[in-house]
Design a protein around this ligand. Structure first.
Ligand code: 5GP
Ligand code: MG
Length: 184
């Protein structure tokens, strides 16, 4: 796996330090919530991020999981929710957690679906954002890192299902870089 990596763009140490700050921010928002927080993680890319983030949260919380199929900007095949673990978010404080904000299709879809269910509050948190691509009208409440518009893998993000277990966020060697983008 290591042999396929061209360069690391966010190291595991920087990720860990930033997640501590992000958890503090989430703690300030929801620390006094009596019912506790509902975190909705978008599978599969957010798995490692959400696992690290929630272990730093001081308040009671539950987790919901959603899988979105995406065809990367294709208008004829819009993103779709293909799995939901059906946590009841009505009247609850909800924080959506995703790995990366690219075109924003995924986050918009999940935001609309959860808003429809009438949460008490709804915020969004992404580990990475590609500011050149992200639509200006879609601003996550919390962003870990802004990154250049390259295809990244590691720390939960895959190429063709691989590299999710690589501990840093990295770019693959030229030639291994995908034109293909993951389906979910
Ligand atoms: P969006 O719907 O914002 O265009 O894309 C969001 C989803 O596409 C992310 O949740 C992620 O699964 C995938 N994605 C976008 N950019 C990248 C990238 O650079 N690397 C990987 N591995 N996945 C990406
Ligand atoms: Mg994703």
């Amino acid at each position: 796996m290591q042999a396929d990596i061209d360069r690391i763009i966010v190291s595991r140490d920087r990720i860990a330090a930033r997640i501590r700050e992000m958890a503090d921010a989430v703690g300030e928002w929801y620390g006094n919530s009596e019912q506790g927080l509902i975190i909705v993680a978008i599978l599969s890319g957010a798995i490692i991020f959400v696992a690290d983030l929630i272990r730093r949260l001081p308040m009671k919380m539950k987790i919901g999981l959603i899988t979105v199929s995406s065809y990367h900007g294709s208008r004829s095949r819009p993103a779709q929710i293909v799995y939901s673990s059906h946590v009841d978010v009505t009247g609850r404080d909800v924080l959506i957690v995703d790995d990366i904000l690219d075109t924003g299709q995924t986050l918009r879809l999940v935001l609309a679906e959860l808003a429809r269910q009438g949460p008490a509050s709804l915020r969004t948190c992404v580990l990475l954002r590609k500011p050149d691509k992200a639509p200006p009208d879609l601003k996550p409440d919390l962003v870990g890192f802004d990154v250049e518009d390259v295809f990244v893998v590691g720390y939960g993000l895959d190429y063709n299902g691989h590299y999710r277990n690589f501990p840093d966020i990295a770019v693959l060697k030229p030639g291994l870089c995908p034109t293909y983008r993951p389906m979910v």
